[in-house]
Design a protein around this ligand. Structure first.
Ligand code: ADP
Length: 183
C-alpha cells in the first residue's frame, strides 16, 4: 500500500477524525489545511487574521496561500515516506498545483468518505466550531458541491478513488478505510 494519500469528502464527514487516527497508525504526517489555517488564527499571525475572515463565511481561503502552505509542508523531512492530505485540494486549480508539487510520483490512493447532506448539517451544527453556523455550513456545502466534488471524477479517471460509507461509529468507518486501502 502506498503512503501518499488523500482524503476527500464533504465538510463534517469526519475526515479530520479519521485522518488523525489513520496517520498515527501508518506513521505518516496528517497534513490538514484547515488545521494549519486554524493554527495561524490561534497564533494571531497576519495570515491568520486574513484567513479567519474568509473561513467565518464558509468560503475558500485563496489558492496561493493554501498551495504555499502545502508545498512547504510536503517538502519537510518527515513527509518523505508519505503523508495524508486532508482538506486539500478543494478545487481544480489546487488539484493542478498539487500535481505540480508532486511531479512524477503522484498520489497513491484517494479515500472518498460518503455522508448524506442532511446528516452532515446535523453533525456540523453539533460540533460548534466558530465557523459552524447554519449559514456558513450551507455555504461550505455549496462550495463542496460546486468546486470539490468534481475532483472525485478527476481522480476516478486515474483509478485512485476508494469509496467508503462514512455513516456509523468512528471505529467502524476507520475499519472500512483500512480495508479499502489494503485492497
Ligand atoms: P471542514 O472539513 O469542516 O470543511 P476544514 O478544517 O477542512 O473544515 O476547513 C475549514 C475552512 O478552512 C474552510 O471552510 C475554508 O475556509 C478553509 N480551508 C481549508 N482548507 C482549504 C483549502 N484547501 N483551500 C481553501 N480554503 C481552505
Amino acid at each position: 500500500m502506498g503512503r501518499r494519500l488523500l482524503i476527500l469528502g464533504p465538510p463534517g464527514a469526519g475526515k479530520g477524525t479519521q485522518a488523525q487516527v489513520l496517520c498515527r497508525a501508518l506513521g505518516i504526517p496528517h497534513v490538514s489545511t484547515g488545521a494549519m489555517l486554524r493554527e495561524h488564527v490561534e497564533a494571531g499571525t497576519d495570515l491568520g487574521r486574513l484567513a479567519k475572515e474568509v473561513m467565518d463565511t464558509g468560503d475558500l481561503v485563496s489558492d496561493a496561500i493554501v498551495v504555499a502552505m502545502v508545498a512547504e509542508r510536503l517538502a519537510r523531512e518527515d513527509a518523505s515516506c508519505g503523508w495524508l492530505l486532508d482538506g486539500f485540494p478543494r478545487n481544480a486549480s489546487q488539484a493542478r498545483a498539487l500535481d505540480e508539487i508532486l511531479g512524477d510520483r503522484g498520489i497513491d490512493s484517494v479515500v472518498m468518505v460518503d455522508v448524506p447532506e442532511d446528516e452532515i448539517v446535523a453533525r456540523v451544527l453539533a460540533r460548534g466550531r466558530s465557523d459552524d453556523t447554519a449559514e456558513t455550513t450551507r455555504t461550505r456545502l455549496a462550495v463542496y458541491r460546486e468546486q470539490t466534488a468534481p475532483l472525485v471524477e478527476l481522480y476516478e479517471q486515474r483509478g485512485l478513488v476508494r469509496r467508503v460509507d462514512g455513516v456509523g461509529e468512528i471505529p467502524a468507518v476507520l475499519c472500512r478505510i483500512v480495508e479499502v486501502l489494503a485492497e
